[in-house]
Ligand binder design. Structure first.
Ligand code: ZN
Length: 389
């Protein structure tokens, strides 16, 4: 510890994290019939009430609650939002007991330990330490524990409709570095249409599956010759791949339709319109030379990429807080996965991801490094004081 006087309650933070892991909060949109986020939201509301805050529980969908508390400052300072999701992915396939937060060699195991109950515990612990210190802040602090990040982010979508902030931290795991950029993605349906005919009627039949083969060759060329040349310094190149293909009816018939589902990952700077143009060009380059090629494409789901400048006030202050607590300068990093930071960023609020160290998000074994959760809390404690103070 490099000269900071932290009020973070270390053993209390560890107990808090264990409580969060014990509460099943598997996302029911991912796993039908799963527990949902109401129970964990109620637990967090209770924690906030004990701090003297007035949390608001909001059921965004049945069984799916957000809990948000605003710590009002005395005025004249910027508003900071700390955001963490309460839901987890499924736990049926885990090789450990997902809801028994065992600590071994400084690592706490369980579903959600790193994604992201560790970061959520650090957020709540930092708020408690600021309350315990009795320090009066100028700016407001918005603490949002949100549902459904692992599926459609209905929780953060609701929060940005109702609360504004000048900067936001999303407590996803970053190894205590600052994630200022991440990729977006588009899910795309492509359909090729052929002409059904008896398998012997080569003069009449048009094979929709063969036509889709041309699309796949085109997608591979797009990846190798176009996308690989577009590099982003923090997140690398964009990419495209086939995910699911189906077509054909029976062995003796020319297939009249083939459907391909494709995923395209976008780097900061790329837009939905760029992907639409790319698809249109790909399909028309095939139909230009093949008059029997008939195809269409549609983006069925889209989440944009995001990027915040490291020069933003929140990045600079956070960087200095990390240095003060850890005695070393953090890196500004990029991530490949999409996060709720993008939803907040899209509303004009600089948002970065910052959280603890661990492995096994969405995997059979998941753990968080307990010491990194404590450091995370101390860094956020200092950030709240310096950014809102
Ligand atoms: Zn997460």
């Amino acid at each position: 510890m490099v000269g900071i006087n932290s009020k973070v309650d270390e053993s209390g933070t560890i107990r808090l994290l264990q409580d969060l892991i014990r509460i099943n909060s598997v996302n029911p949109s991912l796993v039908p019939g799963a527990h949902g986020e109401n129970e964990i939201a109620e637990y967090i509301a209770g924690f906030m009430e004990e701090l003297g805050l007035e949390p608001e529980l909001e059921e965004v969908q049945p069984g799916r609650s957000n809990v948000v508390a605003v710590m009002s400052g005395s005025g004249g300072g910027p508003t900071l939002m700390l955001n963490g999701h309460t839901d987890t992915v499924g736990a049926d396939y885990m090789e450990i007991d997902p809801f028994d937060p065992v600590i071994k060699d400084g690592l706490m195991y369980g579903r959600g330990a790193i994604d992201m109950k560790g970061g959520l515990a650090a957020i709540l612990a930092s708020v408690k330490s600021v309350v315990d210190s009795g320090l009066e802040l100028k700016g407001d602090l918005v603490v949002a524990a949100v549902c459904d990040e692992e599926y459609a982010s209905i929780g953060t979508e609701r929060v940005v409709d109702r609360y504004r902030a000048d900067a936001a931290i999303v407590g996803e795991p970053t190894d205590l570095h600052i994630e200022v950029a991440h990729k977006g993605f588009a899910w795309i349906d492509i359909e090729t249409r052929g002409v059904a005919a008896h398998g012997s009627a080569w003069q009449l039949g048009v094979d929709a599956i063969a036509k889709m083969g041309k699309v796949q060759v085109g997608l591979e060329r797009l990846q190798d010759e176009v996308l690989m040349k577009k590099q982003h310094a923090l997140v690398g190149p964009p990419s495209v791949h086939s995910s699911i293909i189906e077509g054909g009816r029976e062995l003796s018939t020319y297939p009249d339709s083939c459907k391909l589902q494709v995923e395209r990952r976008l780097i900061p700077g790329e837009k939905r319109g760029d992907v639409e143009d790319e698809l249109r060009e790909l399909l028309s380059s095939i139909s230009d030379i093949d008059p029997k090629f008939d195809a269409s494409s549609e983006i069925t789901f889209f989440r944009g990429p995001m990027e915040v400048s490291p020069d933003e006030e929140v990045c600079q202050v956070l960087s200095r807080c990390i240095e003060a607590v850890r005695g070393r300068t953090p890196s500004f990093i990029g991530g490949s996965g999409w996060l709720d930071t993008q939803i907040i960023w899209e509303r004009g609020t600089p948002a970065v991801a910052f959280g603890p160290s661990g492995v096994g998000a969405h995997a059979a074994v998941e753990w968080v490094d307990v010491a990194s959760v404590i450091e995370n809390a101390k860094i956020l404690e200092l950030l709240i004081q310096r950014f809102c103070g």
